[in-house]
Design a protein around this ligand. Structure first.
Ligand code: ZN
Length: 279
């Protein structure tokens, strides 16, 4: 009598599952290799500049769904007077992104925080610190509430007046792909509202599991990418404009959307960009 080997069939089931996962994730175009790390549970959250209450700073441009996905924090001194000022982690957590992303962003840090919701469940948020002059933490590093993570900067090519662009995301998939997710409260928190709500949490001194590698790497809805044809410039003449890099799209999207579009500001952004391009 021949019996089927239960171990073997279990193995093949596992293989099948693994294979279908690879196929499905391959088809959807999303590269997820989610895993876990640990970090200390947050005991509350603070404003990331002028710690802990934002003393000496004000919000120049606030959060607005489908408009501005975060808050722009500026020093009371105006202009670039806050350039180089310290930026602190809003709470305990772990660094999940630290990169000079260029485009409209420059240096960006994203920190993932675990905190206890009012209903007792542990929830997660990402805090994002953009346009930094320097980054002083690296991916995988655990940080505590109020720890220095970088300094206020002027963004790539020095294209903005110095300020901190600060976001809080509920959706841990966003990362640098804001374009893939709704620009609403489904995806984001209004930063000051979130901080006010969770300012003081019970101090539990507890280490918890934090999901990592959750960022979407490509557009799951984008099945084909048609090549973009660009006419070749064979002759350089004064009449030929320099090739506009793709960054410009992001710049426009990030900093010249509705509220941002004060004419003087847009003008200076474009002047700087074109100056940069013609160098
Ligand atoms: Zn901003």
């Amino acid at each position: 009598m021949i019996e089927s080997n239960p171990l073997k069939s279990e193995k093949s089931l596992l293989l099948k599952a693994l294979l279908s996962f690879v196929i499905v994730s391959g088809l959807s175009g999303v590269v997820f290799a989610q895993s876990y790390t640990t970090a200390r549970l947050a005991d509350g959250f603070d404003i990331p500049v002028g710690k802990p209450n934002g003393d000496g700073y004000y919000v120049y441009r606030g959060f607005s769904p489908n408009g501005h996905m975060g808050e722009d924090w500026n020093g009371n001194g105006g202009g670039d007077s806050d350039e180089g000022d310290p930026v602190y982690s809003m709470g305990n957590g772990v660094v999940v992104f630290s990169e000079d992303y260029k485009r409209g962003w420059g240096n960006v840090i994203i920190i993932r925080h675990a905190f206890r919701e009012k209903n007792g469940q542990i929830a997660f948020v990402d805090s994002l610190y953009g346009h930094l002059k320097v980054r002083s933490v690296s991916v995988g590093q655990q940080v505590t509430r109020g720890q220095l993570v970088g300094t206020i900067g002027t963004g790539p090519y020095g294209m903005y007046a110095a300020h901190l662009h600060f976001e809080i995301r509920k959706d841990l998939r966003v990362g640098m792909r804001r374009d893939l997710y709704p620009k609403t409260y489904t995806t984001y928190h209004s930063p000051r509202t979130f901080i006010q709500t969770y300012r003081r949490l019970r101090h539990e001194d507890r280490i918890v599991r934090i999901p990592i590698n959750t960022f979407s790497k490509s557009n799951p809805n984008l099945l084909t990418t048609a090549p973009v044809s660009v006419e070749e410039i064979t002759e350089r003449s004064a009449a030929v404009r320099p090739v506009v890099p793709e960054e410009i799209e992001t710049v426009i999207e990030a900093e010249t959307s509705t509220e941002a579009a004060s004419p003087e500001k847009s003008k200076s952004i474009f002047e700087k960009l074109f100056q940069k391009l013609s160098e």
